[in-house]
Design a protein around this ligand. Structure first.
Ligand code: OAD
Length: 242
C-alpha cells in the first residue's frame, strides 16, 4: 500500500474500531486473490460470452445445456479454492463484532468457508440447484456436474442463482436493506458497482448516515459517494485495516 494511504488508513481503522453495526458489501474482486475470475475483468469471458448473455432465464430457456456448461466451468474453477486473507480477516472481525453483516453478490460461498456466519448471499450460491418445476432447492457439489441435471420429480434443475432480469430473494434483500439502513459504516469491497439493486445498498447506507469506505484497485461509479477510497487489492487492504 502506498504512503498516500497512511493517513487515510488511520482514519478508517479508527472508524472501524468505533463502528457498532458495520456492514460489508462484497463483489467478485474479494475472491480474485483466491483465483476466481471477476466477471468484468479480462479473464471473465467464457467462450467469448459475457455473464449477461448466459446468466439469464432467456438463455436457459433457449439452451439449458450451454448455460450449465458455463456454470460447470465456474464450478471447476471454484472446486478446491480457498478463502483468502480478506475473507479470513472479515470472519475474524465478526468474532469481535457480532453485529457485522456481510452482504455479498458472490455465489462462491467463500465468506462462509472462511468462517463468517452472518452472510447474506444476494445472488444465491453456485453449490445449490433448484428444480424448474417443484422449486425444491438442494445442495449439489458435483464437479463436473452432469449436463443436464434432473430433479427427482423428473424436471430439469437450474443453478440456484439470481439471473439478470430476475428478482432477488425478498427475504434476503429485505435483510440487506435493513442492515444497510442501520449501518454506521459500510465497506464496499471488490465490486464494480454496476449491478442493481446490489449497488444501491451503498447509496442507501450513505443516505442513512453510514461512513462509506471502498476497497478496490480501480475506481467505480460508487467511488464518488465514498468517504474514503482505498485504491488497493482486498487481500492487501482488508487485513491491514482489521
Ligand atoms: P465485477 O467483475 O463486475 O467487478 C469486480 C470488481 O473487483 C472490479 O471493480 C475490480 O476492479 C475489482 N477487483 C479486481 N481485483 C480485485 C482485488 N484483488 N481486490 C479488490 N477488488 C478487486 O464483479 P461484481 O461487481 O461482483 O452476478 O459483479 C456483480 C454481479 O455481476 C455478480 O454478482 C454477477 C455478475 O454478473 C451474478 O452472478 C448473478
Amino acid at each position: 500500500m502506498t504512503e498516500r494511504h497512511d493517513g487515510l488508513l488511520g482514519e478508517v481503522k479508527e472508524r472501524l474500531k468505533a463502528a457498532r453495526r458495520p456492514v460489508v458489501l462484497s463483489g467478485a474482486g474479494i475472491s480474485a486473490e483466491s483465483g476466481v475470475p471477476t466477471f468484468r475483468g479480462s479473464d471473465g469471458l467464457w467462450r467469448n460470452m459475457r455473464a449477461e448473455e448466459l446468466a439469464t432465464p432467456g438463455a436457459f430457456k433457449r439452451d439449458p445445456r450451454l448455460v450449465w456448461e458455463f456454470y460447470d466451468w465456474r464450478r471447476g474453477i471454484l472446486e478446491g479454492i480457498r478463502p483468502n486473507q480478506a475473507h479470513s480477516s472479515l470472519a475474524e472481525l465478526e468474532r469481535r463484532c457480532e453485529d457485522l453483516t456481510i452482504i455479498t453478490q458472490n455465489v462462491d460461498g467463500l465468506h462462509r468457508l472462511a468462517g463468517s456466519r452472518n452472510v447474506l448471499e444476494l445472488h444465491g450460491n453456485i453449490w445449490l440447484v433448484r428444480c424448474t418445476e417443484c422449486e425444491k432447492v438442494t445442495e449439489n457439489r458435483e464437479v463436473p456436474i452432469e449436463i443436464l441435471p434432473h430433479c427427482e420429480c423428473g424436471a430439469v434443475l437450474r443453478p440456484h442463482i439470481v439471473w439478470f432480469g430476475e428478482s432477488l430473494p425478498a427475504d434476503v434483500f429485505d435483510n440487506a436493506v435493513r442492515a444497510s439502513e442501520s449501518a454506521d459504516l459500510m465497506m464496499v469491497i471488490g465490486t464494480s458497482g454496476v449491478v442493481q439493486p446490489a449497488a444501491s445498498l451503498a447509496t442507501l447506507a450513505k443516505r442513512s448516515g453510514a461512513y462509506l469506505v471502498e476497497i478496490n484497485p480501480e475506481s467505480t461509479p460508487l467511488s464518488l459517494e465514498m468517504d474514503a477510497v482505498i485504491c488497493a487489492s482486498a487481500g492487501e487492504a482488508v487485513p491491514e485495516l482489521l
